[in-house]
Write a protein that binds this ligand. Structure first.
Ligand code: NDP
Length: 449
């Protein structure tokens, strides 16, 4: 009989924590998990899933406009009902939350719907003061939106609140130029809001290939999204009529009905008792872990955004799986962080894997770059002057494809399949040897000259 209440206590039932809990339990461990918000975590409750559903909802605006070119008579003033979409999305989130809870139940994982903190290397404390012991503790508390400190910041919302807006704001100002900013700019713009992205620097989507970022910027501006660069927020002032006035350095003030701050996410470790228990954190508050997800305290591990490695759900899931297989399944596993694909669900979306052109030039020296700049067939018939751009980066010395960067309709769907080839180290000649699937957009990848 173990001297501990559990073999594993997981703090945080998001993507990483749920995967680790259920896999550890399936390996025979006695597992408990604590969640202070809702089971499912950021991705399911207030991130990827509801966001993607809003992206689908938003895209109807374009489809309805284009439909008449395809022979459909669509009434000229179709009305969009934000409350109906919001409530349907939130109901779907609740359904998924239930499924996640069921999975944990099915694996006999005990769920504590309360905050838990670390009280020692093998002890956690629940919000009601109860202390429980576990041979190992897994920190999977994810991240939290970072809001810069400026006067009136309390009037802004973050991605936590945006899914619950009472009404659709007519004018939205978005701070930041990253994933969330560009995704929600596309969503609100399609719904008919006036959107302005305000960025502290002069580039959007740092880390993505420059040509792809430029294409998104150009298309976004054509669609009516406004941008202010090199314009840090100074303050938000609430007006007598309840609206907001956003004051910026170097720019005129912008009136808004909602201000969304999307300036990155920070590891959710505040007040968790980690430092007190001897767990080393980095300057951003992330738990420092080794490649086995172990912190500086041997009984405490961490996976997912709280470790600030790659802030993506599928990465957290892999880390959770690797932790559980290694520690409880007798199958030592590490996560391979090379060639992790990613997507931005902007309008149109971006999909990317591997090195950008600039990275490849720096790292490899000699490279070849192939691009296809084309108008998707569907856009041509719709009279939509919006061009897709596909870019392939090839190592000159080996002919290996080391990067793929796509922007255009369904780019993430196409990229996921193509990422297998990049991960497998296939060459440009392998792409060329594959017969095109016609007519498709993806065929551009095997026809690059
Ligand atoms: P990002 O890291 O993508 O972008 C942050 C943006 O905010 C950048 O433009 C950055 O500018 C700016 N910024 C950072 N700090 C400040 C500051 N102090 N003042 C003003 N501006 C600032 O963060 P997001 O919030 O958009 O998203 C958080 C994370 O969530 C992402 O990193 C991603 O991992 C994940 N995510 C993934 C999605 C997906 O996979 N599709 C979708 C949504 C989120 P600068 O470039 O100058 O640093």
């Amino acid at each position: 009989m173990s001297k501990f209440d559990y073999d594993l206590f997981v703090i945080g039932a998001g993507s990483g924590g749920v995967r680790a809990s259920r896999v550890a339990a399936s390996h025979g461990a006695r597992v408990a998990v604590a969640e202070e918000h809702r089971v499912g975590g950021t991705c399911v409750i207030r991130g990827c899933v509801p966001k993607k559903l809003l992206v689908y909802g938003a895209h109807f605006a374009e489809d309805l406009k284009d439909a008449r070119h395809f022979g459909w008579d669509v009434p000229p003033n179709c009305r969009f009902d934000w409350a109906r979409l919001r409530d349907n999305v939130l109901a779907e989130v609740t359904r998924l939350e239930g499924l996640y809870g069921q999975t944990l139940d099915n694996h006999q994982v005990e769920v504590f719907k309360t905050r838990a903190t670390v009280a020692g290397p093998q002890t956690v404390r629940l919000a009601d003061g109860r202390e429980l012991t576990a041979e190992r503790i897994l920190i999977a508390t994810g991240g939290w939106p970072f809001v810069p400190d400026f006067p009136g910041s309390e009037h802004a919302i973050t991605s936590n609140e945006v899914f619950h807006l009472e009404t659709l704001p007519q004018r939205v100002v978005i701070a930041g130029g990253g994933y969330i900013a560009n995704e929600f700019a596309g969503i609100f713009n399609e719904f008919g809001s006036k959107v302005t992205i305000v960025n502290r620097g002069d580039a959007i989507l740092r880390g993505y290939d420059e040509q792809i970022r430029d294409r998104l910027l150009q298309i976004s501006m054509t669609k009516g999204i406004e941008f202010r660069f090199n314009a840090p927020f100074q303050s938000i002032e609430k007006q007598a009529d309840g609206s907001l006035m956003v004051h910026l350095a170097n720019c005129d003030p912008i009136p808004a009905d909602a201000v969304l701050v999307a300036t990155g996410r920070v590891p959710n470790t505040r007040g968790l008792g980690l430092a007190e228990a001897g767990v080393e954190l980095d300057a951003d508050g992330a738990v420092k872990v080794d490649e086995g997800n172990r912190s500086s305290v041997p009984s405490i591990y961490a996976v997912g955004d709280v470790t600030n490695r790659i802030q993506l759900t599928p990465v957290a899931i892999r880390e959770g799986q690797a932790f559980a297989d290694s520690v409880f399944g007798g199958k030592p596993t590490t996560v391979d962080y090379a060639n992790v694909p990613s997507a931005v669900f902007s309008h149109p979306p971006i999909g990317a894997v591997g090195m950008t052109e600039a990275e490849a030039r720096n790292k490899l020296g000699s490279i070849r770059v192939y691009t296809s700049d084309f108008r998707a067939m569907k856009n041509v018939l719709a009279g939509r002057n919006e061009r897709a751009l596909y870019k392939m980066v090839v190592n000159e010395a080996t002919d290996q494809v080391v990067g793929l960067h796509l922007i255009g309709p369904d780019a993430p769907e196409i990229l996921q399949a193509a990422a297998v080839a990049v991960k497998a180290g296939l060459t440009k000649a392998d792409f060329d040897a594959t017969v095109a699937l016609h007519p498709s957009m993806a065929e551009e990848l095997v026809l690059l000259k």
